[in-house]
Design a protein around this ligand. Structure first.
Ligand code: S3P
Length: 426
């Protein structure tokens, strides 16, 4: 699997801010993490990339800026990456420099007030389109005050942004959320010497600590492995093993959902490397049943919910995804785009304000679908086609955002994959 995208972003951003040199091995090959590296270079950070070998991702060596970035001459281009923009906003809020964060059309339509508001409350001056609702964001950073912040949604990006600002603030910064989310930032902050406390979904950090550089070996990306686990379960005759994949508890909600659906998935050889748990995962053809996914399971499976919608097509009975309105503000409105595309494949799908209702067991048809330029939608639709009656996907090259080798891996698994490049919309 490619190196984990969430951990690669954090390993690069937080080591770029730290004191000392760090080596990050098996760095994500996704375009999102390249956007992070490009932004860090624009901030004057010295970094080098060497290609990986034997299926491992590249090695990135970073010379940390010891808590001080250089005022960038150019805008920082976060591309399609929400994690890049929101995490960097947190660090830049505490820097006595002016910087501009920009992104592509999709990222520029995603909500930013959720990070702009707490950063303003801490003392940063941030301007942005529609009074800070949308990027580009222009940040004039400086001395920050600690904040006790209640986040409206269980988002690891909001939490990480406020914690990275809090690290530079006076006193204590507390982030409260409605439920727990992935805790990669907290784990790395601790490894780098910061004082971080966690109690359920409340996390706090003490300001003023200088982070120390630490080497990170990035585990395989669970969110990439998820496609193959789902494919094996939905396919009538398959066993797929994925090796060395991160199983952070805030990420593996899909394993709980799969088990509840009756799927045959095994977690083997669990171990912890560089502060993050990882394992080998095996999935086999399964008889699947419909489930309800809601509440605290949603943030733990947020990026895999499109895949749950696809699995629901292969399950008997009804599947409901609820409490998932966050899906509307991802790389596409994933509720509307999934409803539209799964219906083209013959699915019985109803769009709900906060999720989807899917009637499973209905025969699927081969069809042309659109990815809505959303990598997770393209890969989920591919699973539907590979396990079902086939699919032709428009704008399929967007898989490169997180998983450039996706189509090669699909072919290596025996999938009948033909690619026209670039693929036009149907
Ligand atoms: C991410 C957090 C999630 C997830 C995104 C990556 C991260 O977003 O959807 O793909 O690396 O922190 P939210 O925190 O906004 O839910």
């Amino acid at each position: 699997m490619p190196g984990d995208k969430s951990i690669s972003h954090r390993a690069a951003i937080m080591n770029a801010f730290a004191r000392g040199r760090a080596r990050i091995t098996n760095f994500s090959t996704g375009a999102d993490c390249q956007s992070t590296l490009a932004c860090l270079r624009t901030l004057g950070v010295q970094l080098e990339c060497e290609p990986g070998d034997g299926g491992r991702g590249p090695t990135v060596t970073i010379a940390g800026a010891s808590g001080r970035f250089v005022e960038p001459i150019l805008p920082l281009d976060a591309g399609n990456s929400g994690t890049t923009m929101r995490l960097l906003a947190g660090l830049l809020a505490g820097q006595s420099i002016f910087s501009v964060l920009a992104g592509d059309a999709s990222l520029s339509a995603r909500p930013m007030l959720r990070v702009v508001e707490p950063l303003r409350q801490m003392g940063a001056h941030i301007a942005g389109r529609q009074a800070g609702r949308f990027a580009p964001l222009a940040i004039t950073g400086g001395p920050l005050r600690g904040l006790d912040y209640t986040a409206p949604v269980a988002s690891a990006q909001i939490k990480s942004c406020v914690l990275l600002a809090g690290l530079q603030a006076q006193g204590e910064t507390v982030v409260r959320a409605p439920a727990a989310s992935r805790d990669h930032t907290e784990r790395l902050l601790r490894a780098q010497g910061a004082r971080v406390r966690e109690e359920g979904s409340v996390v706090s950090v003490t300001g003023g600590a200088q982070l120390a550089a630490v080497d990170v070996d990035v585990p395989g990306d669970f969110s990439a492995a998820a496609y193959w686990l789902a494919l094996a379960c939905a396919h009538p005759d398959a066993v797929i093993t994925v090796r060395d994949v991160g199983i952070n508890p805030g990420r593996v909600g899909l394993l709980d959902i799969l088990r509840e659906m009756g799927a045959d998935v095994e977690v083997l050889d669990e171990r912890t490397v560089a502060g993050e748990p990882r394992a080998d995962l095996v999935a086999r053809s399964s008889v699947l049943h419909g489930v309800t996914v809601a509440e605290e399971l949603v943030p733990r499976a947020i990026d895999e919910l499109p895949l749950v919608a696809v699995l629901a097509l292969f399950a008997d009975g009804v599947t409901e995804i609820r409490d998932a309105a966050e899906l509307r503000v991802k790389e596409s409105d994933r509720i509307t785009s999934l409803a539209r595309e799964l219906v083209r494949l013959g699915g019985q799908v109803e769009e709900l304000p906060d999720g989807l209702r899917i009637v499973g067991g209905v025969p699927l048809e081969a069809a042309a679908c659109d990815s809505h330029a959303d990598h997770r939608l393209a890969m989920s639709l591919a699973v539907a086609g590979l396990a079902g009656a086939g699919v032709r996907i428009g704008a399929a090259e967007c898989v490169a955002i997180s998983y450039p080798a996706f189509w090669d891996h699909a072919r290596a698994l025996g999938g009948d994959v033909g690619l026209l490049e670039p693929v036009g919309c149907p």
